[in-house]
Structures are given as structure tokens and as C-alpha cells.
Write a protein that binds this ligand. Sequence first.
Ligand SMILES: [Zn+2]
Length: 152
Amino acid sequence: MFPNEILSLVKDILKKSNIEKTVVIDYSKTSDHLMHYDSKNDQINIFPTKIHELVDHIGISIEAMVEISTCHEIGHVIDICSNGHTYELQLQAYKEKIEEAHRNEQYEWESLKNIQELNDHCERIAWGIGKEYVSPDRVDDYELVRRVITSI
Ligand SMILES: [Zn+2]
């Protein structure tokens, strides 16, 4: 599937879900993401290389993979739209502690752990919300993808 076909498929899924976001193809080869919701610019970035890689690895159709990944990002959109400010404040507090520790030539393991936990929390929430948006016949594949790409 060509990148522009992935793009229009994502747009269709968003429209059906009544979610309007700008969608951008990102050719960055270093991404670990299939897609990423960039809350600062309020847009969804797509990484076609990674999507194709995982389709080959898991053995589900590319249409299913695109739908699953889009629904997961919808989960982030909905969560961040209601809780984003809280996350930013928490993240900022942890980062300040880490910087403070660096100035004293120390490490702030607790804050690093908290950032990881905050990320895991956001991922869990997004996977949970996204599942409500995926087609019923793709729920099993949704869980499969989740297990393969996350440890949460
Ligand atoms: Zn995610």
C-alpha cells in the first residue's frame, strides 16, 4: 500500500469516528512508532516504513494494521484532549527534578521511573479507549498488535 493510500485510509477512519485531525506522512526511518499523535501541533504523524515492517512481522493485513494503529491514536487524542494539561504539569515537575539533580552531578532515578510510568499509563489508557473504535471483527488483531508492540 502506498503512503498516500495509508493517509486517505487514516482520514476515512477518523471521519467515521467523528474526529478531525490533520494527518501527515513522516518518512523518518528512526521511529519506533507506527503513528504518533503530536499534541503540540494537534496532528497525527504516520510512519509507513514501520507499518509495513510490522505487517510483515505479525502477518495481518495492512488495512487491519492501519485501522488498529489509527484507533490507538484516537485513544491518545481523546485522552490528551481531556487530561493533557495534567500530564504536562507532572512531566514538567519530573524534568525539573532531573535537571536539578544533574546540576548537582547526581541522577534522579525516581523521576526517570515516574516518567516511564506516566508514559505507560498514557499508553494503557489509549489502548483501552482505542479498542472501542476498532471494528468488532478486528478486536482480536487489535489485542495481538498491542501485545506485540507493548509490554503493558
Ligand atoms: Zn501510543
